[in-house]
Design a protein around this ligand. Structure first.
Ligand code: 6R9
Length: 659
């Protein structure tokens, strides 16, 4: 509640500087209003014009939007193109072959530059290599790689062949990997021996072997391994092959297979409100169009910019704003293998200075941890570095609190760089509500206004518009090209999750609560479902609960979020054991075991920050766990709500005590 109050009373406004407006790709409010008017008055023409102007088509489309199967919308569906061709080949044709595409910096500080010509050659060789193994359009490949040029090469090579990729974040466990391999029906897995982060090596290939040992991976015929460290790995002859062997001797050109606009480009799993992660399916043309356009609009990309998005390619931000958008737009971008605090808290600032980064895009959780680190390591405070190359900075992943916004604005942006606080989701494909740096006066903590073409609104539980100043559900009233197409293998769940009948069945329901102020600015209030946001990572409470109850000691578990200064939200688990409720050292030992268990079941990001044991959980007489009350208890507050419907009110006292 306190954050909601504080953001709604936030009244500082930072209009864009005249110099920025003068050079911006979208310059001034009138330009924005004109684009919004065009999009509202004739949406099909608006999107068709952008798709023709910005993408290179193999077969031009004649149909823009097919709503006949709504909410299964189709965009540009009689056109064909190749995503990798749009990201690479066309830059070779237009004189940018020798432009740097990627500046890759390793954990140890060494770096490598790759031109568009060289990246194209590497993608072609790998595409030829996997084509030679028999992979073709429509096959599914799991990519489980660290941040590397190879990760981008693997994604682009899949796109070149029409192979549908599903990237699994390197921090996910063998179990999570196995579930995704099985659900997506992968026939190819691409991984690395180990990853390197913060001076440590972390094995990856063993997780793949472990995933196979769990079953459900029989369709996979090849595991391609990128040798990052040369660390020891077990080898499965006939199935495993080195990436350098797959590419060896392959030609540096490869056909770019034209695919239908609606051909799935990738499937990316994300947490929902039930236990099983959802495979969000994106289409080729619509996704690429929006990835490229938002790089130009939101980040105001110019030919000489050096762009750096600090996300991992395992998340949607790394798909849209590393693997596809910047390349489609012909940018030079930095890709970083390591972590922000190694070898010290100045790593990001040092990299910005060394690589002359002009556009920097990171997450509030990183900013908050660097604020703290800068206090503890004054020698590595951003003011010790030359950040004068920056001209725009951005934020993504969770609401940014006004205090962190102000710190970022002053200490990183030098009170000169606009901050683009971009609200969007795995499902939206790209930015939805965000300032345009040459248009929008900024308010710390608000993602401001929808992009042209995005019909964002706030409605009540029946789908009716709410007045300005009143909170409600964030929806998008009209389809847009980069939207989710379906949940892989579960179209019913897609409809139920995102187009609920209660709201009329035609609005996309984002799952966030939001508010609008009298200027029409959006303020995101967080999730309305059982999804947590821990350090910008989405996590379903049900997912963590399922992991906990899978442990032989656990009878029942309820998981809630608690506000956390550093991670935004923290996971708190209330657990009933099959044995008597433990206390003292025994309780601490079991809590430790369970935390590690969750780390293995899902991944380290899902480990509960706190576990509390009870004889039972607070339940209604009909047996429903009252998570609402547990949220109050988790915060250390006293329950003041009416508990008369509770079967066992005394349990709240017991659960109120931390270990
Ligand atoms: C891109 C990404 C989506 C959820 C979303 C919302 C939260 C993302 C935000 C933000 C406030 C922002 N979120 N950006 N909340 N302000 N600028 O993060 O995708 O991992 O799918 O998460 O993240 O709650 O619903 P994803």
């Amino acid at each position: 509640m306190s954050t909601i109050d504080s953001v709604l009373t936030e009244n500082r406004v930072f209009p864009p500087a005249d110099a920025f407006v003068g050079q911006a790709n979208i310059s001034g409010r009138a330009a924005y209003d004109a684009m919004c008017a065009e999009a509202t008055n004739d949406p099909e023409n608006f999107w068709a014009r952008l798709a023709r102007e910005n993408l290179s088509w193999a077969t031009p489309f004649t149909r823009t939007l097919d709503e006949s199967q709504a909410p299964f919308y189709k965009w540009f569906d009689d056109g064909t193109l190749n995503v990798s061709w749009n990201c690479l080949d066309r830059h070779l044709e237009n004189g940018n072959a020798d432009k740097t595409a990627i500046i890759f910096e390793r954990d140890d500080g060494t770096s490598e530059r790759v031109t568009y010509r060289a990246l194209h050659a590497r993608v072609a060789q790998f595409a030829n290599g996997i084509a030679a193994l028999g992979y073709k359009k429509g096959d599914r490949a799991i990519i489980y790689l660290p941040m590397s040029i190879e990760a981008v090469v693997a994604m682009q090579a899949c796109a070149r062949l029409g192979v549908i990729h599903s990237v699994v974040f390197g921090g996910f466990s063998a179990k999570s990997l196995q579930e995704r391999i099985a659900d997506v029906g992968a026939t190819l897995v691409i991984t690395a021996d180990e990853q390197v982060r913060g001076g440590k090596t972390i094995p990856l290939k063993p997780a793949v072997d472990e995933a196979f040992s769990m079953g459900g991976c029989d369709a996979v015929t090849n595991v391609i391994v990128y040798r990052r460290t040369g660390g020891n790995v077990a080898w499965n002859e006939g199935r495993d092959r080195w990436m350098h062997d797959v590419t060896a001797g392959q030609p540096e050109t490869a056909p770019a297979v034209p695919v239908e606009a609606e051909h799935p480009l990738f499937i990316l799993y994300t947490s929902g409100s039930t236990g099983k992660p959802k495979g969000v399916q994106h289409a080729s043309a619509g996704f690429l169009l929006w990835a490229q356009l938002t790089v130009k609009w939101t980040f105001d990309l110019k030919p000489d910019d050096v762009f750096w998005c600090t996300a991992d390619v395992g998340w949607i931000t790394g798909h849209t704003y590393i693997a596809y958008g910047p390349l489609a737009a012909g940018a030079t971008q930095v890709i970083f293998e390591g972590v922000p605090t190694y070898p010290n808290a100045g790593r990001f600032w040092d990299m910005i200075a060394r690589h002359k980064v002009s556009i920097f895009y990171t997450a509030p959780t990183a900013i908050r941890s660097l604020i703290k680190a800068a206090d503890n390591q004054p020698d590595h405070h951003p003011d010790k570095y030359d950040l004068s190359s920056l001209r725009l900075i951005g934020s993504v992943g969770e609401p940014i609190n006004p205090e962190a916004w102000m710190w970022y604005y002053k200490n990183v942006g030098g009170e000169r760089c606009p901050i683009v606080d971009t609200w969007w989701q795995t499902e939206t494909g790209g930015h939805m509500i965000t300032p345009l740096p040459g248009v929008t006066p900024l308010k710390p903590g608000s993602c401001t206004l929808p992009l042209p073409g995005i019909a964002a609104a706030i409605v009540d539980e029946t789908g009716g518009d709410v007045e300005l100043g009143k909170g409600g559900f964030l929806v998008v009233k009209r389809p847009w090209p980069a939207m989710i197409r379906t949940i892989w293998g579960d179209p019913e769940r897609f409809k139920k999750s995102y187009y609920p009948e209660e709201l009329g069945g035609t609005y996309y329901l984002a799952g966030d609560g939001a508010n609008r102020d009298t200027d029409g600015y959006f303020w995101i209030m967080g999730r309305i479902d059982d999804v947590l946001n821990v350090s910008g990572h989405r996590l379903g409470t049900m997912e963590v609960e399922s992991a906990l109850v899978a442990h032989p000691l656990v009878a029942e578990a309820a998981v809630v979020g608690r506000p956390d200064d550093l991670t935004g939200e923290a996971v708190v688990a209330f657990v009933v054991l099959k044995q008597e409720r433990p206390d003292g050292e025994e309780a601490k030992a079991i809590a430790k075991t369970l935390r590690e268990w969750v780390g293995r079941e899902i991944g380290p990001i899902a480990k509960p920050k706190e576990i509390r044991f009870g004889d039972n959980l607070p339940k209604t007489r009909s047996g429903k766990i009252m998570r609402r009350l547990l949220r109050v208890v988790a915060k250390g507050e006293t329950v003041t709500q009416d508990v008369s419907t509770l079967e066992n009110p005394a349990i709240l006292d017991q659960l109120g005590k931390a270990l």
